[in-house]
Design a protein around this ligand. Sequence first.
Ligand SMILES: Nc1nc2c(c(=O)[nH]1)N=C([C@H](O)[C@H](O)COP(=O)(O)OP(=O)(O)OP(=O)(O)O)CN2
Length: 138
Amino acid sequence: MVYINRIEHFNAAHRLYNPNWSEERNKEVFGPCANINWHGHNFELIVTVKGEPDPDTGFVIDLKLLGDIIRREVIEKVDHKNLNLDVDFMQGKMASCEIFIMEIWKILERALANVTEAHLHQLRLYETPKNFVDYFGE
Ligand SMILES: Nc1nc2c(c(=O)[nH]1)N=C([C@H](O)[C@H](O)COP(=O)(O)OP(=O)(O)OP(=O)(O)O)CN2
């Protein structure tokens, strides 16, 4: 089994805010991340796919194809967008990196199943150079 990785980059704005709470409670829990006028991040998304290399190509998956899928299915929907307002798959959800990565998983797992025998193994999402989250789909 071989694990192959592709990194994509995007910028997005968001706000950590629970609509069921008062402004004071949101500020207390989320601090500056609850800023009413949003804040932005330079995100890095690392997608790991696992499988056996094809005997004819030597590829688990063509990295060009993987990059095209990530960009079409995820990056084009979130790059230079507001996660709370503009992104359909984040509507009504908390815009934390935990919830965000779980939604990205659902999209990529579905898209990859249509084109390859290889499987999505891991997503890693950097929200800042110091803050990142891993998800294995479980
Ligand atoms: N469990 C989570 N905690 C936090 C999340 C999150 O998505 N899940 N998000 C944020 C903020 O949106 C953002 O990441 C700001 O983090 P912060 O640590 O303030 O920023 P830096 O990495 O730049 O670190 P500094 O300490 O400011 O240098 C917060 N928490």
